[in-house]
Design a protein around this ligand. Structure first.
Ligand code: ADP
Ligand code: MG
Length: 482
């Protein structure tokens, strides 16, 4: 999608990303966090806010937040203090959300993004822990809304960026970077379709050269990379239109409608004092020691940047290929499983990013749901390598692996894709072709070299494309010079 034509206008964007942490149980109760369970079966007394119960902090969430902080070189608070954020919404049975205000667990840090080969640092203001709310269901009944509280109390890490992003494209690059970080750190599954990562985009415009920021709007809860780009571009253009028509941008919260590709107002923006924050009296501050932070820092897994460089050195693939292969941890593992086993890892990169990715895109899914395993890819690449399978043949196998339940070898047999290798078989084919084309054979022998191509073509045709072209050339050269 192209950038909007904001001639004369500069867009300014800051993202608030909510990441669902991959804990077994909720942040303040022992209820499970699993997705897709029958409604209202996973909310404990604590999550639904019955009087007399007390929250107990899940320490895993602290470790995960610290992991993220270490990965972006951020300041980490020595104390975890929680605060009550009061608001009244049906999906929040307690009437307040336990969050953090002052002293968030992760303070300021930086994340590097890359766009058109240009690197840029995006400031991270903070990342804090909080609990998720339940979910209102508006289309279950005609005249009522229903509520599913399974999600209430699910741990979230809210990552707030500085208003350092200058386009929808930069915002998507940043979001993708955060996605790869949280999945490499294994603190979240990052599954946007299930709401494990969602983002609010704050958007404003100003004239180029202006140092003050304009009034911003906040687009709530966008849940795919594609919609983030569309929603931001749409909002930038809407603001430009309003201001150029002599209007003013009011600070407000808007909702993005992906089927209409438009944003509409939801409510005027609350301010921090509307929430009447105060320190959560039911949780004591938690001290975080330097040793604990150091321990986590020293045990960080390999991060996307390091792995990207290692792949370039170890497997001799391009930086561009490596960047794409490291866009998710699962994809990087899938590739490396293949690269370790084949003679030309560069080819593995080519096939994974080419035909395999094309299938994932066609079926709108991710590598973890791939119907083609890394073992299938090793099998295919080895066959391409020993020339028993052609490139077009391998493409066909990849398609059919997805569309049928057959194995690589079964498909090769049923589709007749096995390249005829045997010299004897190829010779027999050639003899038949020579017999059937005596005139051309004579002309060739009288010096009409151009007819060599004719014979190659005839042999390939007779083999229905299954003969190995290199072998056909070799054997034909021998035969015709006899
Ligand atoms: P809140 O949403 O609670 O009011 P902040 O004021 O800290 O919180 O801002 C939240 C987000 O809005 C941050 O990501 C910040 O970068 C972004 N932001 C702040 N001012 C602007 C602006 N003028 N234009 C675009 N984004 C902005
Ligand atoms: Mg906000």
């Amino acid at each position: 999608m192209s950038e909007v034509d904001n001639s004369g206008w500069e867009s300014v964007i800051g993202l608030e990303i909510h990441v669902q942490l991959a804990t077994e149980s909720k942040i303040f109760s022992n209820a499970p966090t699993a997705f897709g369970r029958p409604q209202n079966t996973q909310a404990s007394l604590v999550d639904i806010g019955l009087p007399g119960v007390l929250p107990v902090l899940n320490k895993k969430t602290i470790e995960m937040a610290i992991k993220f902080g270490c990965a972006i070189d951020a300041d980490i608070s020595s104390r975890a203090i929680f605060a009550r954020k009061n608001y009244f919404y049906p999906d929040l049975p307690k009437g307040y959300q336990i969050s953090q205000l002052d002293d968030p667990i992760v303070g300021s840090g930086k994340i590097e993004i890359e766009i058109n080969d240009q690197k840029k640092l995006i400031g991270i203001t903070r990342a804090h822990l909080e609990e998720d709310a339940g979910k209102s269901l508006h289309d279950k009944y005609d005249n009522f809304s229903a509520i599913d509280l399974n999600r209430a109390g699910t741990p979230l890490l809210e990552i707030v960026s500085e208003p350092d992003l200058r386009s929808a494209k930069e915002s998507v690059a940043y979001l993708k970077k955060v996605h790869s970080l949280i999945t490499f750190l294994e603190i979240s599954d990052g599954d946007m379709s299930q709401g494990s990562m969602r983002c609010d985009a704050n958007v404003s415009i100003r004239k180029f050269g202006e140092s003050k920021y304009g009034n911003r709007t906040e687009i709530k809860n966008i849940n795919s990379f594609k919609f983030v780009e569309k929603a931001i571009n749409h909002e930038i253009q809407r603001q430009i239109d309003v201001v150029e028509d002599g209007g003013r941008i009011e600070q407000e919260t808007r909702l993005y409608n992906s089927s209409k590709n438009e944003t509409r107002p939801m409510r005027s923006k609350e301010h921090a004092n509307d929430y009447r924050y105060f320190p959560e009296p039911d949780l004591i501050p938690l001290n975080i020691s330097k040793e604990q932070i150091l321990e986590i820092r020293n045990n960080l897994p390999e991060l996307p940047e390091e792995k990207k460089l290692r792949f370039v050195n170890e497997y001799k693939i391009s930086e561009y290929e490596s960047k794409n292969l490291n866009s998710s941890k699962e994809l990087s593992i899938f590739f490396e499983n293949i690269a370790k086993e084949v003679s030309y890892p560069k080819n593995a990169a080519k096939w994974v990013l080419g035909d395999l990715t094309a299938m994932l895109n066609r079926y709108n899914t991710e590598i973890k749901n791939s119907k083609i395993s890394y073992r299938d890819m090793i099998n295919l690449l080895n066959k391409i390598d020993d020339e028993s399978l052609s490139g077009p043949g391998a493409k066909k196998v990849i398609e059919l692996l997805w569309e049928s339940d057959k194995s690589v070898d079964e498909i090769i047999i049923s589709e007749g894709l096995d390249q005829v290798q045997d010299e004897g078989d190829i010779e027999k084919l050639i003899d038949t072709i020579i017999e059937e084309n005596p005139k051309q054979y004579e002309q060739f022998n009288n010096g009409k070299d151009k007819l060599f191509g004719f014979f190659v073509g005839q042999v390939m045709k007779a083999s229905k494309g299954s003969a190995n072209p290199k072998k056909v050339n070799e054997v034909l050269k021998k035969k015709l010079s006899q």
